[in-house]
Design a protein around this ligand. Structure first.
Ligand SMILES: *Cc1c(COP(=O)(O)O)cnc(C)c1O
Length: 423
């Protein structure tokens, strides 16, 4: 499997596993059995073992090729094994891989400066962590440091699985087994400005919202919603926290999705697409919110790790140099237009922004569509029983979009019980 090796690095991480996997009836089933024997069952068994990726394509343990329109759940912004990320990570780990928060490293500072410049605001500060949940956990603690305890977030929203982030996540099924959670959180219907007006009071520390609800099935709020959230929180002295973990860093065709509403939040959280596949979380705070964390108040051993920051800098450089924001806007239009003209009878609606789309089905057929797509060499994500999420790498080309449209239409046909259209 020499084609899995780039620059001396075995990207498959498979080493001796390769031998196992090419054995008689080995391959996908063999790694699946090993997973079940060694891993906790919190995810259920994942669909497929993947061993290698290149651009928008990935390969499974039996050499089958897939077009990847999941993108590691909106994480692989530059696709797989992008040379800029590979180079940045390799050079950084070969010179200085980790320093802890007792010392400082230049890539960390450079990334913070860069993110603040992208936010276009001079009064900001950054806290780095390792995941989306941790970025929101930091926002939660910043909220508590206002001296208020009450918080508001939206039903159906997803903000992560650690206890503070979970308290803000408006999904009772995910919360129930872990009660009591850090308290005093009110959940309001998403997209309803009047509900915000009732829930947010001068006792409210923070309001946390996603500009588009990703995990809830790519739900887009009505125009003016984020602006209303800004006005309401400004009036009560409440911090407005925008969770841009899924929508940020180019995913919607802008650096930050909330730019469409011209809203300046007090805190913005980032993660998924920022590291181009490496684990990073960032909490950006502005004005008084930027000064609430003081020495000893919060921390993370790995947060701001220079290797991960170098990867993120490579992502930001590439998005800028390759003009990917415009590319995402244009390619997202092509994708959406292709899904809507003509609209397949199983499709009720296509919603979202840029390269974050939800295909809403007429019935709970998302898992069937996902399976039929996989059989045709296409990875998509059944994010809800009736919604398929599409989040390809930002570098996806027009011709890859066209291949997607062919395969996806055939998958919809199979799920509807039609004879699949000839490709
Ligand atoms: C994925 C996600 C999170 C949680 O990120 P993790 O890295 O899984 O902890 C939080 N908020 C939003 C909007 C997300 O999409």
């Amino acid at each position: 499997m020499s084609d899995g090796v780039h620059g001396g690095v075995d990207l498959a991480g498979a080493g001796e596993g390769v031998t196992d996997l090419v054995g008689a009836d080995a391959g996908n089933a063999a790694l699946t059995r090993r997973w079940q024997g060694a891993m906790m069952d919190n995810f259920g068994t994942p669909r497929l073992p993947l061993v290698r990726g290149r651009g928008v394509r990935v390969w499974d343990a039996e050499g089958n090729e897939y077009l990847d329109f999941v993108g590691g759940i909106a994480v692989n912004s530059l696709g797989h094994a992008h040379p800029a990320v590979v180079r940045a990570v390799s050079e950084q780990v070969a010179s200085l891989g980790h320093v802890s928060n007792l010392f400082m490293a230049e890539p960390t500072v450079r990334l913070a400066e860069r993110l603040l410049r992208l936010a276009g605001r001079p009064d900001g500060r950054v806290y780095f962590s390792n995941s989306g949940a941790e970025a929101n956990e930091a926002a939660f603690k910043i909220g508590r440091l206002t001296g208020r305890t009450h918080m508001v977030s939206a039903s159906g929203g997803f903000h992560g699985r650690t206890m503070g982030a979970l308290a803000l996540t408006g999904q009772p099924a995910k919360q129930r087994p872990f009660r009591p959670l850090p308290g005093d959180v009110t959940h309001v219907p998403y997209g309803d400005a009047e509900a915000l007006r009732d829930a947010v009071t001068p006792d409210t520390a923070l309001l946390m919202l996603e500009p588009v609800q990703g995990e809830n099935g790519v739900v887009v709020p009505p125009p003016g919603y984020l602006r209303a959230a800004r006005e309401i929180t400004a009036a009560t002295g409440t911090l407005l926290v925008l969770d841009e973990i899924q929508t940020g860093i180019g995913r919607t065709g802008r650096w930050f999705a909330a730019e469409t509403e011209g809203v300046d939040a007090d805190v913005v959280t980032l993660a998924k697409g920022l590291g181009g596949g490496l684990p990073i979380g960032a909490t950006l705070a502005f004005g008084r919110a930027a000064r609430l964390l003081t020495p000893g108040a919060h921390g993370s051993t790995f947060g701001g790790n220079p290797v991960v920051c170098a990867a993120a800098l490579a992502v930001l450089d590439t998005i800028e140099q390759a003009g990917l924001l415009d590319h995402v806007a244009r390619t997202g239009q092509r994708l959406r237009h292709g899904l809507e003209h003509p609209r397949h009878p199983l499709v009720r609606e296509v919603r979202g922004a840029g390269l974050l789309l939800g295909v809403v089905l007429a019935g709970d057929a998302a898992a069937r569509v996902q399976g039929a797509a996989e059989d045709r060499g296409l990875l998509v994500n059944a994010v809800m029983p009736d919604v398929v999420r599409i989040a390809p790498p930002l570098i996806v080309s027009d011709s890859e979009v066209d291949i997607f449209l062919d395969r996806f239409r055939a998958a919809l046909g199979e799920a509807l019980g039609e004879v699949p259209a000839a490709a």
